[in-house]
Design a protein around this ligand. Sequence first.
Ligand SMILES: Nc1nc2c(ncn2[C@@H]2O[C@H](COP(=O)(O)OP(=O)(O)OP(=O)(O)O)[C@@H](O)[C@H]2O)c(=O)[nH]1
Ligand SMILES: [Mg+2]
Length: 140
Amino acid sequence: MREQTFVMVKPDGVVKGLTDEIIARIKRAGLKIVSMRRLKMDRSTAEKIYAIHRGKEFFKRLVEHVLLGDVVVILVEGDNAIARMRELIGTTNPAKAAKGTIRGDFGTSITENVIHAADSAESAERELPLFFSDLVKFSA
Ligand SMILES: Nc1nc2c(ncn2[C@@H]2O[C@H](COP(=O)(O)OP(=O)(O)OP(=O)(O)O)[C@@H](O)[C@H]2O)c(=O)[nH]1
Ligand SMILES: [Mg+2]
């Protein structure tokens, strides 16, 4: 099924210069970069992206991390784009993520894990309009 998903290179990934490598991996997987831009996240948007984690012990650390520097937000489209992006990024904790995944190759800690990708269609539909409201099409 053709899907759109939301991907974000976190500040640690941007600072390490990983954006080009991440874009290359997404394209090599046959997925399309519909739009992307570099920006400084504001607190309210960061808290919306991670609203599901509000109240957890790591919530503040997580939000502070994405506010540390520029992020790169990306609208990715393609067949099964949501699940395929989750495969490309690897599991949350880089120490447990497989080699060959973005987090497995470049992540340094569970907070500095380089990249975010929406984990479901519901998350993608909630997260994409925060940045790409003019481009998002949900056809189901
Ligand atoms: N310090 C800390 N951070 C955590 C922990 N669990 C999750 N996080 C951070 O919170 C983010 C969101 O957590 P999840 O949504 O459960 O993990 P995820 O879907 O693999 O990661 P995202 O794509 O960033 O949403 C993770 O990417 C981590 O940076 C934890 O136990 N400790
Ligand atoms: Mg998540």
